[in-house]
Write a protein that binds this ligand. Structure first.
Ligand SMILES: Cc1cc2nc3c(=O)[nH]c(=O)nc-3n(C[C@H](O)[C@H](O)[C@H](O)COP(=O)(O)OP(=O)(O)OC[C@H]3O[C@@H](n4cnc5c(N)ncnc54)[C@H](O)[C@@H]3O)c2cc1C
Ligand SMILES: *[C@@H]1O[C@H](CO)[C@@H](O)[C@H](O)[C@H]1NC(C)=O
Ligand SMILES: *[C@@H]1O[C@H](CO)[C@@H](O)[C@H](O)[C@H]1NC(C)=O
Ligand SMILES: *[C@@H]1O[C@H](CO)[C@@H](O)[C@H](O)[C@H]1NC(C)=O
Ligand SMILES: *[C@@H]1O[C@H](CO)[C@@H](O)[C@H](O)[C@H]1NC(C)=O
Ligand SMILES: *[C@@H]1O[C@H](CO)[C@@H](O)[C@H](O)[C@H]1NC(C)=O
Ligand SMILES: *[C@@H]1O[C@H](CO)[C@@H](O)[C@H](O)[C@H]1NC(C)=O
Ligand SMILES: *[C@@H]1O[C@H](CO)[C@@H](O)[C@H](O)[C@H]1NC(C)=O
Ligand SMILES: *[C@@H]1O[C@H](CO)[C@@H](O)[C@H](O)[C@H]1NC(C)=O
Ligand SMILES: *[C@@H]1O[C@H](CO)[C@@H](O)[C@H](O)[C@H]1NC(C)=O
Ligand SMILES: *[C@@H]1O[C@H](CO)[C@@H](O)[C@H](O)[C@H]1NC(C)=O
Ligand SMILES: *[C@@H]1O[C@H](CO)[C@@H](O)[C@H](O)[C@H]1NC(C)=O
Ligand SMILES: *[C@@H]1O[C@H](CO)[C@@H](O)[C@H](O)[C@H]1NC(C)=O
Length: 568
């Protein structure tokens, strides 16, 4: 009831406030009139935007309204997708499933004969170019009690940057990048300087990497094909992992300062000196929860050469391959101690990994991996074939551009499950772990351990489970366009079963907020561990209007499953 008192207080203030228990969504009589939207538009730097699902250009089928035939060429380009205000990286998050199971969606395959539905794509919003635009939008959303979503790149794996009938703040075009070799945080002593890069909310990792490489330096950031993940949005607000994290920590460990617009309309600069509680929460306490981030300043590091260790194997007998996989899980603590990081994956007939060691050497690669290579060698009699390479690169950026340029990794329907795997589990229970993970295939992100484990768990709001983990494993389900909600629900049951098994094997660990499922058991603990109560208190302090709410985000337990109606 304390919260309702706060709402009444603000309602009696300068902002009129709709006191309904439910948010106003498009189509309801409470929805702002076109003249009210026009008034908002008059104070913005850009016209309002009216996002449409990606495939809307293919309709009407008899006479497509846009470049439908061109869609195939850009469908899996993460940068093209993030340039479209209505496009999500995974098309399923553009769709909406009604309670009766009918799906509102707009499919590229017009022969499915489903009318193009708006689904979960917000109907109207702003193309923000700076904090002032965001302040106007936030005040408008509070005044009309709208369901607000923040969309940066639309990469979110839980669909948090879309919502049916919502008003969207699109941060994608806030592209300023500033390098400063002697950056001083606001309020810090003048001799506390950092070699730093400040990126505005819409900057994407490929842009930040190019900018910092031009200074002969490198930084901790997201890694994906095309580098399209946002450098100052959901990635850092949820934690931010990188193949450089075992050397330099998570994204949140490298953020020195952030700027944020709150639901009250205030624009704050937060760091260790100013609003340190909010700065703590925004380093891992989740995107779309405390306010709208407008920029982040990160530490940077001198560019280093990197050594890679690349391995690939095939086997027709999946038991042989699983044997190798189990061994690989088992040796991860040793790889971590030797300074390695990387990525890998398995199917039932193949296994690969790309491991990376900044400033490492070929001799170190040979030495560290030789027990594993002998283990693989011993399996050749059982039909295993394998390849091993050790390649060195002059800089991290050279490796990044070689392996992660181009298009791919996005554009498919997907839902993920995941788990942060602690060191002890790899040490002592690699067989049990392998039995759960191997059958459905997985990706392992060897992005923890090392520096991530050395940093104090309470120094940032991010899930303390990261500090004990070495590997973040992800697995997923996918389905063709036009699948029914029953078919999708069947796949979800499989995802839930695998998650439950991992939860039971590692009950004290958790999962990564940004790459996980919408079906996490006890999500407060799973995503935030013992930090949850403190994060919730900070959320309540800085978001008195409870404007910012996302699936499985801090405070979302106070809302119904649609996140539109308050339940407490
Ligand atoms: C291909 C691919 C590769 C990935 N690689 C990595 C990786 O290497 N490391 C890693 O840690 N993660 C990775 N991720 C996961 C990534 O961290 C999440 O998808 C993350 O949510 C992306 O944030 P975004 O801002 O780019 O996307 P969005 O979907 O636009 O936003 C994500 C969430 O953050 C909120 N948000 C966005 N901007 C703001 C803002 N300015 N203020 C407040 N809230 C905001 C949104 O409302 C939403 O809830 C990857 C994802 C994909 C699809
Ligand atoms: C349609 O899209 C394709 C692929 O992106 C592009 O090459 C082509 O120029 C576009 N055509 C028009 C008319 O915009
Ligand atoms: C399901 O519900 C939606 C929204 O109320 C409605 O438009 C649709 O016709 C319904 N579908 C069926 C099969 O009843
Ligand atoms: C489109 O849908 C139709 C009807 O289900 C199907 O026969 C066809 O194979 C689909 N086309 C593509 C390209 O998926
Ligand atoms: C970019 O950021 C710098 C430093 O914060 C500032 O001086 C400059 O005005 C900004 N440029 C734009 C276009 O916002
Ligand atoms: C870098 O930061 C310092 C300290 O805040 C400031 O004096 C200087 O002007 C900044 N330089 C640039 C290039 O922005
Ligand atoms: C800054 O100066 C103060 C006072 O001279 C000193 O105590 C402190 O260690 C210095 N800090 C740094 C980071 O150099
Ligand atoms: C391997 O996986 C494929 C598809 O993922 C499946 O069709 C096949 O049955 C699996 N084989 C074994 C031996 O499990
Ligand atoms: C990189 O390795 C060289 C040679 O082993 C060493 O001298 C240097 O200190 C290392 N640099 C870093 C940043 O680790
Ligand atoms: C590493 O091992 C490969 C064989 O796998 C060998 O050719 C190479 O010379 C070794 N390099 C070093 C530096 O030991
Ligand atoms: C490989 O097989 C040999 C002979 O059975 C055995 O002595 C050795 O320990 C095995 N190596 C590994 C790494 O398993
Ligand atoms: C594994 O199989 C794939 C395709 O079947 C092939 O391209 C690759 O070279 C094989 N790799 C090894 C190590 O045998
Ligand atoms: C797991 O192994 C470690 C040594 O790596 C040991 O210290 C620990 O007690 C073991 N934990 C369990 C639960 O067996």
């Amino acid at each position: 009831m304390k919260v309702f008192a706060a709402l009444s207080f603000f309602a009696s203030g300068e902002l009129a406030f709709a006191m309904s228990n439910c948010r106003c969504v498009y189509g309801e009589t409470c929805w702002p009139s076109s003249s009210q939207f026009a008034q908002l538009e008059s104070v913005l730097s850009q016209p309002l935007i009216y996002p449409r699902p990606t495939a809307a250009v293919c309709y009407p089928a008899s006479n497509p309204s846009g470049n439908c035939s061109g869609l195939a060429a850009t469908w899996t380009d993460g940068n093209w997708r993030s340039d479209q205000p209505g496009t999500m990286e995974a098309p399923n998050f553009e769709t909406y499933t009604f309670k009766n199971g009918t799906i509102s969606a707009c499919y590229t395959n017009t022969t499915l004969d489903v009318p193009c539905g708006q689904g979960s794509v917000p109907v109207v919003g702003i193309d923000a170019r700076g904090p002032a635009d965001i302040q106007a939008a936030v005040q408008f959303a509070v005044k009309h009690d709208l369901r607000l979503v923040v969309k940066n790149t639309g990469h979110d794996y839980l669909g948090r940057s879309a919502a049916r009938g919502a008003f969207v703040v699109w941060t994608h075009n806030m592209k300023n990048i500033t390098y400063n070799a002697t950056f001083v945080p606001q309020g810090a002593p003048s001799n506390e300087t950092y070699d730093a890069l400040t990126v505005e909310a819409g900057v994407q990792w490929h842009e930040a990497y190019a900018a910092i490489n031009a200074q002969g330096r490198m930084m901790v950031g997201g890694i994906s094909v095309g580098g399209s993940v946002g450098a100052a949005g959901g990635w850092v607000l949820g934690g931010g992992h990188s193949v450089l994290s075992p050397t330099y920590g998570l994204g949140v460990d490298n953020a020195i300062e952030m700027s944020v617009v709150l639901s009250t309309g205030e624009h704050l600069v937060v760091n260790s000196y100013q609003h340190p509680d909010l700065f703590w929460a925004m380093r891992g306490g989740g995107g779309g929860t405390y306010g709208i981030l407008t920029s982040v300043t990160y530490r940077t590091y001198p560019s280093l050469p990197v050594q890679t260790a690349i391995f690939a194997a095939n086997a027709t007998n999946s038991a042989v391959l699983q044997n190798l996989f189990t061994e690989l899980l088992h040796i991860h603590p040793a790889l971590s101690d030797a300074g390695w990081a990387g990525y890998g994956g398995t199917s039932n007939s193949s296994l690969y990994f790309l491991c990376v060691k900044p400033n490492g050497t070929e001799a170190q690669a040979n030495e560290t991996f030789s027990p594993f290579l002998s283990f693989a060698q011993n399996l050749t009699a059982q039909g295993l074939t394998s390849q091993w390479y050790t390649l060195g690169y002059d800089s991290w950026y050279e490796l990044y551009t070689l392996y992660f340029s181009g298009v791919g990794q996005v554009g498919g329907n997907i839902m993920l499950g995941s788990r942060l795997i602690p060191r002890e589990t790899l040490d002592n229970q690699s067989g049990e772990l392998s039995d759960i993970l191997f059958p459905n295939g997985l990706t392992w992100n060897f992005v923890a351990g090392g520096e991530v484990s050395r940093i104090s768990p309470d120094s940032a709001g991010v899930n303390p489970a990261w500090r004990k983990a070495i590997v973040h494993v992800t697995f997923g389900i996918d389905w063709p366009l036009g699948a029914t909600s029953e078919e999708i629900d069947g796949l979800i049951e499989g995802l839930k079963a695998e998650e439950k098994a991992l939860h039971d094997l590692t009950p004290e660990s958790g999962a990564y907020f940004n790459e996980a499922s919408l079906f996490e058991e006890d999500w407060q603990y799973t995503f935030f561990g013992t930090h949850y109560p403190r994060l919730k208190a900070i959320k309540d302090k800085y978001d008195p209007y409870r404007l910012f709410v996302v699936a499985e985000g801090v405070g979302s337990e106070e809302w119904d499953s649609e996140l539109n109606c308050r339940t407490s």
